[in-house]
Design a protein around this ligand. Structure first.
Ligand SMILES: Nc1ncnc2c1ncn2[C@@H]1O[C@H](COP(=O)(O)OP(=O)(O)OP(=O)(O)O)[C@@H](O)[C@H]1O
Ligand SMILES: [Mg+2]
Length: 254
């Protein structure tokens, strides 16, 4: 049984259909990247998987049971780390653990979770820093740690590294791989970057401009992949071609 299973998911706004009959699943410990042109519904799909939006038709199963709304074991992060500027790193990371949908934890348990998450993302030394003292990479680590305090079984990331420079982004990609390995969370990464998808994913899915899932690839090249440019090159061209075809089709349809 899949951890998360989307079956025939469609989403329409008045006068506009964003997602059409999307079948999509994630296994525990699997990292799936979602590529697609701007406006193809990638963020919408993540919101649906997070239980924040209800599909117009189709449904989402988590561990085989229908998803009714947001759950504590499903964490979502965005390109903007969304830190509260008046709270320290530590308090930003713990923020949300007291929310009503979270399991009730004692103070000591909360502190323990925050400490473990800060260690996991390499920020134990920076727990007292304020957001204004953080680099872009550190801010994203803080946002990732905030997700990890929930001990998520499903991790949903919407272009989390899009605003980072090349070196910091590479660092964050390595961290993401470590986090997925350590937590065994089923992970969905929305990205615009084909190379990023090729470097980190077990599987890549492509949402077409019309909001249907049009292709998927299993990436079997072993890690570390950064040194295997040749092995990944042919796949890169195939994905780029599929992306361009989908955009050309949507221009013809428009
Ligand atoms: N509340 C809304 N009402 C109407 N249309 C909406 C609403 N929210 C999103 N949309 C439309 O849904 C489509 C898909 O949006 P979405 O943000 O999921 O795309 P995306 O693939 O994440 O794009 P990007 O790569 O630019 O982030 C867009 O055309 C957007 O305008
Ligand atoms: Mg988006």
């Amino acid at each position: 049984m899949s951890l998360v299973d989307a079956r025939g998911v469609s989403l329409s706004y008045p006068g506009r259909t964003v997602l059409r009959g999307v079948d999509f699943s994630v296994q525990p410990g699997e990292l799936v990247s979602v590529l697609g042109p701007s406006g193809s519904g990638k963020s919408t799909l993540l919101r649906i998987l997070a239980g924040l939006l209800k599909p117009t038709s189709g449904h989402i199963l988590v561990d085989g049971a229908p998803l009714e709304g947001p759950r504590p074991d499903v964490a979502l992060a965005f390109q903007d780390p969304c830190l509260l500027p008046w709270l320290s790193v530590e308090r930003n990371v713990g923020f949300g653990l007291g929310f009503s949908r979270q399991p009730s934890l004692t103070r000591a348990e909360r502190r323990e979770r925050v400490t473990a998450a800060l260690h996991e993302v390499g920020l134990a030394h920076a727990r007292a820093y304020m957001p204004r003292q953080l680099s872009g990479g550190m801010a994203q680590r803080t946002a990732l740690a905030r997700c990890l305090t929930r001990q998520p079984r499903t991790l949903l990331l919407d272009e989390p590294f899009g605003a980072l420079d090349e070196v910091t982004r590479t660092d964050m990609q390595r961290l993401l791989l470590k986090v997925v390995q350590d937590t065994h969370a089923g992970t969905v990464l929305v990205t615009h970057d084909i190379d990023e998808a090729l470097l980190v994913s077990d599987r890549i899915v492509l949402l077409g401009a019309q909001g249907s899932l049009i292709a998927q690839w299993h990436v079997t090249v072993p890690a570390p992949r950064a040194a295997q440019v040749q092995a990944l090159g042919a796949l890169r061209i195939e994905i780029l071609q599929a992306l361009q075809d989908s955009m050309a089709r949507s221009r013809t349809a428009a």
